[in-house]
Write a protein that binds this ligand. Structure first.
Ligand code: AMP
Length: 429
């Protein structure tokens, strides 16, 4: 009996995996130029880590966590996001003692949420994110938002809208929550069950409700900007003016609260500017209490995370047929048993020069080998037949120009390396 993949999971194969790899490479390079180092934390953590950080009123904790008891009866959760693990690691390893602040880390890897699968929404998905911990000012906040924008540009996404809001400081937030509570008390019985729960736990979360019938109540709700203290207001304005200084346009969205409870201060999201919106490409925000909440010192931070699946979706849509499929440098067409024998060693030598090489290990016709070479998006086909064996030479065919040359086996590696380099140069790569 065939075993199906788990609902909400997907296989990433071949050319699509190349696209993931390209995006992940761009992510690493972007993080690197902004001075971020990688942090790799376990996929499994003790469940209370997420309950305490992501928060009891979040959808993630209330209904989306993959939680189980291990054989030692410990409650374990597959990470639904990566900030909590990164911060736990900062505490575990006391990274704030041995390193200069802010601590700047990036991460990449799979996350798990028991959500209803739909376009751009999976149960296992991948995130790229960063955390800057230990320095609180508008420069740090703005720089993180800029990093996200530059990353998107680096993967060719220029038509992106950045939504931004502030959840203010402690005083602003508690005044605002009280105002929301008073307002929603009049409407909550007509709203969805999730909102009823949010009303009790954290009325801010109601603003994140996606239920269409609840929208009118949310639109008319009090606005955060009317409850900001002077300090919180000027901090927010400073972040926006620092973004402007770097030619980054943002749109203020006063219903933006994000889905995680730990945010305080600035929150933001990146959206693809198209009709086909599959949800935020990424988002993040400032967090004041998170590190302390999980047992660390009283240091604030700011972070963001992108969903790789959504980025791949948009990049694929934008590129259409223009997606460059990574091919082979060389495909060795060995025309008989003797040629297969010879090519077996030649392939090993060519690979040691860093060339990507494939070829046949079983006899096939010239025509079918040629087709394989083309299908594999090969730069040069190398033909080894009876004559080539006799003369100690290889026939090299440029599959783009169809030009053919003959080279000595003994010089092959150096010559082919140069030929591949010239080929790439002509392609502008
Ligand atoms: P969050 O950790 O909720 O702030 O989400 C950050 C980003 O992760 C989102 O903007 C999405 O791009 C991505 N993401 C979150 N949940 C999912 C999911 N279930 N499937 C795919 N991507 C997701």
């Amino acid at each position: 009996m065939e075993i199906n993949p788990v609902k909400g999971t997907h296989d990433i194969i071949g050319e699509e995996a190349d696209l993931y790899d390209d995006i992940e490479t761009a992510a690493k390079l972007t993080a690197d130029v902004f001075g971020y180092k990688e942090i790799r934390t376990p996929i499994i953590e003790h469940s209370p880590l997420f309950v305490r950080s992501v928060g009891e009123s979040s959808d993630i904790v209330t209904k989306e966590m993959y939680t189980f008891l291990d054989k030692g009866n410990r409650e374990i959760t597959l990470r639904p996001e990566m900030t909590a693990g990164a911060l736990r690691s900062i505490v575990t390893n006391k990274l704030y003692v041995s390193n200069d602040l802010p601590l700047k880390y990036f991460y990449l890897g799979p996350c798990f949420r028991y959500e209803r699968p739909q376009a751009g929404r999976y149960r296992q998905f991948h995130q790229f994110g960063i955390e800057s911990v230990g320095v609180k000012n508008a420069y740090e906040d703005a720089e993180v938002i800029i990093l996200g924008k530059r990353f998107l540009e680096n993967i060719g996404l220029n038509n992106v809208k950045i939504l931004i809001n502030t959840l203010g400081d402690q005083i602003s937030r508690s005044n605002y929550k009280a105002a929301l509570k008073e307002y929603f008390a009049k409407h909550i019985d007509k709203m969805c069950d999730d909102c009823k729960r949010r009303f009790e736990l954290n009325p801010l979360r109601i603003l994140d409700c996606k239920v269409a019938d609840d929208k009118p109540f949310i639109e008319d709700a009090p606005k955060m900007k009317d409850y900001l203290t002077t300090e919180a207001k000027s901090y927010f304005e400073e972040v926006i003016s620092l973004l402007k200084m770097n030619d980054i346009e943002v749109e203020i969205d006063d219903t933006l609260v994000r889905g995680l409870d730990y945010y305080t201060g600035v929150v933001f999201e990146y959206h693809n500017n198209s009709e086909n919106d599959i949800g935020a490409l990424g988002g993040g925000g400032h967090y004041k209490n998170l590190l302390k909440e999980i047992g660390g010192p009283d240091l604030e931070g700011i972070g963001l995370a992108f969903g790789i699946e959504r980025l791949v979706y948009v990049v694929k849509n934008n590129l259409g047929d223009k997606i460059s499929h990574r091919g082979l440098d060389l495909y060795i067409m060995a025309m008989n048993k003797e040629a297969i024998d010879a090519s077996f060693h030649i392939k090993d030598i060519l690979r040691s020069y860093g060339l990507s090489v494939d070829g046949n290990n079983e006899s096939k016709s010239f025509k079918s080998l040629f087709k394989i070479a083309v299908r594999k998006n090969t730069k040069f086909a190398i033909i080894i037949g009876e004559d080539e064996i006799k003369e100690g030479r290889l026939t090299v065919k440029n599959l783009k120009t169809q030009e053919q040359t003959s080279i000595k086996v003994d010089d092959a590696a150096d010559i082919l390396l140069t030929m591949v380099e010239n080929y790439m140069e002509n392609e502008g790569k």
